[in-house]
Design a protein around this ligand. Sequence first.
Ligand code: DC
Length: 227
Amino acid sequence: MNASPPTIIAIDGPAASGKGTLARRLAEYYGFAHLDTGGLYRAVGLAVLRQGGDPADSAQAIKVAQALDAAQLAGLMADPALRSEPASDAASKVAAVPAVRQALYDFQRRFAAAPPNGAPGAVLDGRDIGTVICPEAPAKLFITASAEVRATRRVQELQSRGITAIYAAVLEDMKSRDARDSQREVAPLKPADDAFLLDTSLLNADQAFEKAVSFISTKVSALAENG
Ligand code: DC
């Protein structure tokens, strides 16, 4: 068969910027597979916690990341505890360890090169998709929003799941995770040179989606007409 290589859409940005919602929606619209790469780091963080380990201990994080097989990964990715604050915090710690990132690199590259179920393309969202994992992606988007807007969204999301959250604490936590993600030495959070910067502070999900689709149509001619 002479199929063309999958079309990759790379989406990066900080926590609660709206990138996950956007990525899922774009994948559905184009009939592409979607990979939430933050879930991979969360899975490693959660696995360390479940073993009674310390996510800040790099040696433990590396051991767990290297031992995870695809089935365990799938199980952890579907676990509701993946979205908990302890898992978020653990994820951001293990994600700063180069050997943990290396252990997850192949999984992400394979997903992009051969999206599941024969999908003609893939949308990957994370922090380093456009810069490290898929620098060849024709369409790269960097989604931002102010820390205050993102903290408000996170509080609402937690409340919708029945979890009471204090805005000031969530904002503080958001800022420290931002700092950790952007200042780490390996694969820090930053836009690729050719990424489309989309600030969603004043946009709702529909408006962000429309802007993203219109940018993608300028980059991938096959997606220009009907998606
Ligand atoms: O997007 P998220 O909140 O689920 O990500 C969880 C953590 O994983 C976050 O602190 C940053 C890290 N991460 C990363 O370093 N690289 C990625 N490609 C995705 C997430």
